[in-house]
Design a protein. Sequence first.
Length: 190
Amino acid sequence: MKDKIQIITSLRSRLLEDRFFHSLNVADMAKELALIYGADPEQAYLAGLVHDCTKNTPAQVQLQMMEQGGMVLTDLERQSPKLWHAMSGSLFIQSEYGIEDAAVISAVRYHTTGKAAMSLLEKIIYIADYTSAERDYPGVEQMRHWAHTDLDKAVFEGAAFTVKKLQKAGLPVHPDTLAARDYYGLQGKR
Ligand code: DGI
Ligand code: FE
Ligand code: FE
């Protein structure tokens, strides 16, 4: 596996400047959340660091990576290029960075949509992405509060926010995104 310095050097050249700094901030937030919720802080930092590694990779190249990796896209996925970097990224970190940790691979894979019944690391990366230092959407402070006090509530609010935003924009909502909202919405009602 490439070490942290090699990975950071690679990301600096692969990503646009803002995206590179976003990645460092998500890594920091992921580590912070790992320390609160009892996950491995180094594992969380690594997953946060690489989560958007193919975000600035041309669509055609990402399609090639997914085909080569044997990923078969649904019609909805094919029509939603914004979802591709999570899938292609989960392959890229294995082939280019030598990351074999299945928990890290899955956290990258599901960081955009979320899904029902996520692992602790999957939830940490999903929420670190919403609450990293440079995020400044209305409501981010409330989201940071939930992130630090009730991770499942934060996942529900994040997923519900994304579903609303997509519906308003007339974009198709991935079944995993809906499943994340519904699963964590019910969690809160137990
Ligand atoms: O990569 P980031 O910008 O840091 O964040 P992200 O990986 O959560 O990607 C956010 C983008 O993905 C945003 O433009 C909305 C889009 N997205 C998230 N869930 C869905 C989705 N797009 C579609 N079509 N369907 C989804 O369920
Ligand atoms: Fe992303
Ligand atoms: Fe991100």
